[in-house]
Write a protein that binds this ligand. Sequence first.
Ligand code: SF4
Length: 703
Amino acid sequence: MKQTVKQKNRGENTKILLTGVFGPFAQDDDYGSRKDNPMELFHNQVTRVQGPFSLRVFHRTFGLSMIEANIEAACTLLEFPTLERFIAEIKNNSYELIGISSIVVNIKKVKKMCREIRRYLPQVKIIVGGHIASMNNLDERIDADYICKGEGIRWFRKFLGQDENAPIKHPAMSAGFGLRVLGLNVLQKEKTGVLIPSVGCPVGCNFCSTSALFGGKGNSVVFYKSGDEIFNILCELEKKGNFNSFFVYDENFLLYKKRALRLLKLMQKHNKSWSFYIFSSADVIASYTMEELVQLGITWLWLGLEENNSRYSKLNGIDTKELVTKLQSYGMNVLGSSIIGLESHTPKNIDKVIDYAVSHNTDFHQFMLYTPLPGTPLYLEHKEKNTLLAETDVPIPEIHGQSRFNFQHLHIPSGQETSYILSAFEKDFKINGPSLARLIRTMLKSWKKYKNHPDKRVAKRVKEQSKPLPIIYAGGIASMIRYYRTNKPILGQLKLIWNDLCSEFGLISRILASLVGLFAFRIICKEEKRLAEGWTYEPAVIYEKNKRARKLEKKKLFISRIKLPVYDYKQVLDKCREHMETLCHNVEESYKTSKDKLDSLLKKHHKDLQSLVGSSQYRAEMKKQIVNNTLLQIKKIRQNMKVTISTIQKNIQNTCDSMSKRYLYSQKQIKQTGKHIYRNMKYIMFQLQKECRTIKRTFPQTF
Ligand code: SF4
């Protein structure tokens, strides 16, 4: 295993495959897929037990797209392939580099992919990155050439010998795909894009693998430092992707207050009414006024709640319940995130811990097991204490935060955590009802509060977001009322939302929403049945080539388009021989016929002469007639022969001409093919020379 090597610019023709690991994901298999760890962020760890009400949506591997957009190379992106699809890709294409992005649980898949690459493309360099790179002994577990730890854009630029400090370009990426709600696949207009202003988080909570991957406490990699830069990027994305809202993949977007407030100023100046879905720590969010957040367009917050009186400074002095209620009352959806299994949790207090989390009544609630993931301070702590569990006890594919602890908990007996985390989800669902209803409730608050906001941008944004409220969302609530008709506590909550919606949007909305509700109820029942039968949801394969890769692809097609000349002279000669043979045969026939005619003519001539009787004068006259007649016949025979000779001459000439034409055509084809072959050979040899130079640079000590 070599470490990062700086290379001379390999140029735009370096063929790179950037890929995620293979699926299917929502099943138990030998490669580490697990039924309880599907490739769906929400269904995996937020709305996990909400059955037909669960939010089903897939998210792309944004890191790969960011790398692709920021290096000069012919890149192919492959996401969510099956193993067969991945093998077909490396079997039928040649690459110089293959980058695999993965999280820790998928190590077996990465191992298998490396093996397959060595089998089909032994000359390729394999680079493995993502959270898996935090594993200490990764290089001993998989057959990769390089491990890309931390931020990948800079790493790839350095590896390719390109400018590491060039400005970061931001690709236009949709936030999610394959959205499925209440059992229906939703046709999205792709209005929500992705913004990645930085990676990592300087807050540095001890368990946070994202923070650890990008430098830990006090560190992060900021792509866009100023509000102006972010504003310009957002304008670009709005134009390119037609987005009016953005999911901001920044662990703590509002942490840089100066940047956020400058962005607000620019949005106001340029009349932009974007909305943002963000991640934030409680202390940071509490440092803004509600009006600032609303004006900024904060619509959805992913908020770490951890626990009451926790050791985390981000929660110090903050009443998170009060904060959540306040945010919701200002029309902001809150996704609370709580951890099960902190040091202070015991079998005795775990119910209280869960009750406290559930009492926040957030719109969505994520629960994760306290998990020391490689690279984090928590992992080091357990390693030092020797309290990490062996892989034989808890295999790596189980360490996804929804199933098992990978350490010996001070108070919780091993294995019990699985039921705790499940009960947290179930309690939240049982008490607070479907997240979709909660989401609609907060949206309605936003509509009521801001539909006439003096800042026209805010009013416009809220009106845009609330368009589905009167019929579609109200219809969703109507269907839930039917579904929960025997569950009084949830029914009561749903009826409050329904009455609020009806009084806000009037009779027509009530009638239409009731009809939608009837239809949606049937779909929900079908979805419930489907889920009970074990149906799972898998993402579609994503396969994209950038401009440079497409250009190379064209070149490849050009090579395969070359027509080889007809080298089949045998066929030409055979045809010629056949022709000549026919001619010879015809001549022979003609000769034989004429000869026969001549023989019989002569015979007849002699016979006629011998049979002459009568006077000498009469015989002299008859003889003259016979001779003349014979001469006439001979003349005819001669003329026939002459015609035959002239026909043969013409035929031979035609054959010769045709042969010459064919020859000239073949000659032209040979010349053209020669040129093509030369050009392509030259290109291939040039690539080979480049490869030689790279190898020489990579192993300088060997040469
Ligand atoms: S605040 Fe959130 S993102 Fe930042 S380190 Fe803590 S858990 Fe990670």
